[in-house]
Design a protein around this ligand. Sequence first.
Ligand code: OAD
Length: 253
Amino acid sequence: MERARRMVGDAERIVVLTGAGVSAESGVPTFRGAGGLWKSRRPEELATPGAFARDPQLVWEWYASRRAFVSDCAPNEAHFALARLALGHGGTTLVTQNVDGLHHRAAAAVAGEDGDPAQAYPLEVHGALHRDLCSRCGRRTPGVSVVDATSMESLPRCEECEGMLRPDVVWFGEALDPEVIGAAFEAARRADLCLVVGTSAVVYPAASVPEITLQAGGAIVEVNPESTPLTSLAALSLKGPAGELVPGIVPEA
Ligand code: OAD
């Protein structure tokens, strides 16, 4: 822990990559572990463009329930500590694979009413659950909080073109927003430290972020109760839950 704290404190530029594990202690299920979302659901039935074309009601039902579920969850100590890090250390870029919006909520809470949380907003490489995307014109809008998926007619529609809205998340088989993942790669290239928190590090291109820092001469510090493909590449691997470990390695504000 002491060494990790020093590495974080000494780094000029830090890129942080988070995954579902950072939100586990907030009660948001992960994807691949025991009880993970992809253990009980088949992604191709719910999280693909084909699934949405086939049965938009079913897909919206699932995303509406996830939206409601996540709204009732709160950021945990790891989200708060990472927000403190990003707001207190100007050279920090947060990159998340999560769509739950908990980093944003932690940033707003840490910045306070008079502060500017923007520096602690993550690059959301897999999109955002609480945002809608028009499947026809591509317009992005804040997501309606209550989606009525009981009939095709009640599904949300674009105010501009009447096209069907969908959640603005990246589905299997879809490309990531090149600007967002490009900014994440650039931050990874410039970073002397990549802090990787709560990801199985198997989904590309997001999993390239720590690899890019490593190739550019930086180091990886990983926080995860389990081993991942990154563990053997990391300068330090801290085994345990993010909410307990991350606050201890982030310098006090
Ligand atoms: P996974 O479910 O694949 O991995 C979660 C990781 O979090 C595992 O390595 C766990 O060991 C770890 N973990 C569990 N509890 C933790 C805790 N309390 N503290 C720290 N770590 C903990 O989730 P991701 O790696 O985020 O993509 O998955 C990547 C992508 O796969 C997701 O963004 C999603 C999914 O399909 C899309 O939806 C496009």
